[in-house]
Design a protein around this ligand. Structure first.
Ligand code: EPZ
Length: 418
C-alpha cells in the first residue's frame, strides 16, 4: 500500500489542467453499451475508477482502447450480459450498466454494488424505476436479475438520485414509446450523459428541467464527445489555493459548474476569475471566513465538496455549522482532522460545528473514502510540519496522480510505500 508524505505550509502557485469529470466519464462509458458503433470520449483522465469500468466493459465483450486523452469503446460483440461481482463490488458506478444492458439485450444480471462507504446507498430507486417500465426483477445470489421487455412509463423519483437518473435515462432511450422521468437529478454529469445520448440519436427533451421526456428509438449510433470538466477536482484545487494562500490557474475548468462552492470562497476574499483558458483562483490576500454549509442536490452545495470545505473551515475565522443532507455517513475524515488540531464537534446526527483555529499541525492520518481522503491531503498541505496520509487508494479512485499536479504547484508531497 502507498501513502502520501506531505510537508505543509507552502503556498501553491502555478497552472494545473482539469480533465473530464470522473462522475461523467463513468456513465458515458456505460452509455457506449447502447450501440454497436464506436463511442469516442475525449478529455479522459485515467483514474482507477475509469480503469475498473474499462475492465468491466471488456469483461462483457466490449472493445476498450485508449490514448492519453481519449477512450474508444465499441460494444459490437457483447459476449455476456452478466456484470460480475469482481467489478461492481469495487465501484458503485459499475451498477449503471444495468439500464443499458437491459434495454439493448432484454436481460441482464448485475452484481449488487460496492463503492465508497459513505452511507447505506441502496438501489431501490433504480429497481422501482425499471419495474415501472415493465422489468421483471429478482435478487439472486447477490445479483440483480432483470428481464424485459421494457415499455414506456411515467417514472417518478420520490428522492433525487444521480445514479438512478443515469440508469433510467439509459434504459428509456431504447424503449419503445415515450417515457417521462419526474424529479431527475440535474447534476452537470447528468446533462453530459444526455448530451452524449442526443449525439447518439436519442430523443430526449426537457434537458436541465424537472421533467425529462424520452421517446425511445430502435437503434443508437456512435458519437464523439468531450467530457465536461471535473467540478470536484476544480473545487479541490480551489481549496488548495485557499488554505495555502496560493494562486492557481486551472485550465479547462468552468466556474459556472461551481457556483455554490464559489459562494463559500468569495467572502474570504478569494478571487475567482473565468478566462478562455479556465478558472483562476487567487487566494494570496485571503482571510478565511466561517460560513455555514448544507449539502444539497445540484445546483446546491455538492456533497462531494463537503470534506474539502470542512478542511477550509477548520482554518477559518469563527464558527460554522456543516450539515450533510445527501449521505448518512460522510464525516469520517473529521476525527482525523481533529488529530491535526482542528476543533470540530458533532452537532446532531448529520451536522458538525467547526471552530476555526489559526493553524493545523502535521500528523499520521488515514483516508477512509475518496473525498474525505482528499480533505486530509488539503489539511496536510496547509499544516505545520509533516503528515502521512494513509490508504490513498481511495484518493486514486478519483484523482489521476494527484501528487504530480500538486508538486507542479510547489507542494512538498511524495507517494511512499507504507
Ligand atoms: C453519485 O453517486 C456520485 N457518484 C457521488 O460521488 C455523489 O456523491 C452522489 O452522486 C451525489 O451527488 C458517481 O457519480 C459515480 P445518489 P450516486 O444516488 O449516484 C440515496 C464521489 O466521491 N439513494 O445521487 O450513488 C443514496 O443513499 C462519489 O465522486 C437511495 O435511497 O448517489 C443517497 O442518500 C461518492 N436509493 C442519495 O440517494 C437509491 O436507489 C443520493 O445518492 C439510490 C440512491
Amino acid at each position: 500500500m502507498y501513502a502520501f508524505k506531505i510537508t505543509g505550509g507552502r503556498p501553491l502557485n502555478g497552472t494545473v489542467p482539469i480533465k473530464g469529470a470522473k462522475n461523467a466519464i463513468l456513465p458515458l462509458m456505460a452509455a457506449a453499451l447502447l450501440t454497436d458503433e464506436p463511442v469516442i470520449l475525449h478529455n479522459i483522465s485515467y483514474l482507477s475508477d475509469v480503469i475498473t469500468m474499462s475492465g468491466l466493459l471488456a469483461s462483457l465483450g466490449a472493445s476498450v482502447t485508449h490514448t492519453p486523452d481519449t477512450l474508444v469503446i465499441q460494444a459490437n460483440q457483447i459476449t455476456t450480459t452478466t456484470a460480475a461481482y469482481e467489478y461492481v463490488s469495487k465501484m458503485r458506478a459499475s451498477f449503471w450498466v444495468l439500464g443499458p444492458l437491459l434495454a439493448r439485450f432484454g436481460e441482464t444480471r448485475v452484481s449488487l454494488p460496492g463503492g465508497c462507504a459513505i452511507g447505506a446507498r441502496p438501489v431501490d430507486l433504480y429497481i422501482k424505476a425499471l419495474e415501472t417500465m415493465g422489468a421483471n426483477i429478482t435478487i439472486e445470489n447477490g445479483y440483480v436479475h432483470a428481464r424485459g421487455p421494457l415499455h414506456a412509463a411515467d417514472v417518478f423519483f420520490p428522492k433525487i438520485s444521480v445514479g438512478a437518473t443515469h440508469n433510467t435515462i439509459m434504459a428509456a432511450v431504447l424503449t419503445p414509446g415515450t417515457t417521462i422521468i419526474h424529479n431527475p437529478a440535474l447534476e452537470p454529469e447528468v446533462i453530459d450523459l444526455i448530451t452524449l445520448l442526443q449525439k447518439m440519436g436519442a430523443d430526449i427533451r426537457g434537458i436541465g428541467t424537472k421533467t425529462l421526456t424520452i421517446t425511445g428509438v430502435s437503434k443508437l449510433h456512435g458519437a464523439i464527445h468531450t467530457v465536461v470538466p471535473d467540478r470536484i477536482e476544480t473545487a479541490t484545487f480551489a481549496v488548495a489555493a485557499a488554505v495555502t494562500k496560493g494562486n492557481i490557474m486551472m485550465t479547462g475548468a468552468r466556474l459556472d459548474l461551481l457556483e455554490a462552492v464559489a459562494d463559500t470562497l468569495r467572502p474570504s476574499g478569494i478571487i475567482l476569475t473565468q478566462t478562455d483558458q479556465g478558472l483562476r483562483v487567487d487566494a494570496t490576500h485571503a482571510v478565511l471566513k466561517s460560513i455555514p454549509i448544507t449539502t444539497a442536490e445540484y445546483p446546491g452545495f455538492p456533497t462531494d465538496a463537503q470534506s474539502l470545505l470542512t478542511t477550509l473551515l477548520s482554518l477559518a475565522d469563527g464558527k460554522a455549522l456543516v450539515t450533510e443532507h445527501i449521505f448518512e455517513n460522510r464525516f469520517m475524515h473529521v476525527p482525523e482532522l481533529v488529530r491535526m488540531g482542528a476543533r470540530i464537534q458533532a452537532a446532531g446526527n448529520q451536522s458538525v460545528l467547526i471552530t476555526g483555529v489559526p493553524e493545523l499541525s502535521g500528523a499520521i492520518v488515514t483516508a477512509s473514502d475518496l473525498r474525505g481522503g482528499v480533505g486530509l491531503v488539503l489539511a496536510a498541505l496547509a499544516a505545520r510540519g509533516e503528515s502521512i496520509v494513509q490508504r490513498i487508494y481511495h484518493i486514486d479512485r478519483g484523482y489521476d496522480h494527484l501528487e504530480d499536479k500538486l508538486i507542479a504547484l510547489g507542494a512538498n508531497i511524495e507517494r511512499i510505500p507504507y
